[in-house]
Design a protein around this ligand. Sequence first.
Ligand code: GMT
Length: 376
Amino acid sequence: MKIAIVCYPTFGGSGVVATELGLELARRGHEIHFITYRQPVRLALLSPNVHYHEVNVPEYPLFHYQPYELALSSKLVDMVKLYNIELLHVHYAIPHAYAGYMAKQMLKDEGINIPMVTTLHGTDITLVGNHPFYKPAVTFSINKSDVVTSVSQSLKEDTLKLFNIKNEIEVIPNFIELEKTAKEGSLPCQRSVMANTNERIITHISNFRKVKRIPDVVQVFYNIQKEIPAKLMMVGDGPEKEKAEQLCQELGISDKVIFFGNSNEIDKILCFTDLFLLPSQTESFGLAALEAMACSVPVISSNSGGLPEVNFEGISGFLSDVGNTEEMAQNALKILKDDATLASFKENAFQVAQQFDIKNILPLYEALYEKAIQKY
Ligand code: GMT
């Protein structure tokens, strides 16, 4: 199949999922066209089946806001015609589903009919898309998609609750490429550079937005390090990072916390991690938690959104109510208390991650594409 993938090229989970999906489809012989405003961060290798088309938005002083949707839909029309693309798969409803619908309409005018699959990722529904300023357009573009998927059952339920959706929503969970993780996991792990042998290493990875509850990450770690020697690795960048650095100073733990910024080498950090923290206000899925589990790292998370579908209570880690940092720290200490307990949580985390291996999930997308193309 010839498929166009529209996504955000940034470090966010939706862009990562879209990129990994496209790369695996390409490995299986499909022709994949990434269409976005910058080369996606995980799209390092361009292979014969992988194409990347940049959306350019010329600056014009009249425009207070540059019309990205317009440029994207025009690019989609041009690329579909040039490469005979058979299907559009847009990741993140805003504004991709809207731009995709416009492209479909323009193509229809020229006698070209092409299906569009929209994958809902989370904040496009629960935070941004739900805002009254966007809601009519988001509802419209979801209802006009030929196929709609969501990355968890919880996100499906939220979508049906928050929007007037007439379409079926199919749940296809996010995935992980275990083979790649295993290969990278066999590289030398630089644990000794980060911590002393007696210290436990705790990691948090995110875009440091409010929804991630960064102060809770610091508070949970503060409670842990009062009981056992430990270090905290903070990976990522975003609006809450500076405040977190300040909080660490106020609590007197700056020497135990390392801020990495954005990293393309999270596997190298996860390889020496003992525990992952994700106390988010909400997560449609929690891809970062799954990436940790794939590296045999147990997870302490909140129990909101789709997290219980990924992190299994008492098996791959523990889940607590949002904001209950006291319980999160107690649960963390339960896992970290001795090497044998930690080893068994690590093994369980890896076992749970196997359910989400890309090899199990990718055929679900392929079947859905085939059905959508056949219908047209
Ligand atoms: O984590 C973020 O806030 C980024 C956001 C994105 O769209 O890139 O992540 C969302 O999509 C990910 C991939 O499907 C999910 O794993 C995240 O849980 C989801 N984030 C939220 O729902 C807050």
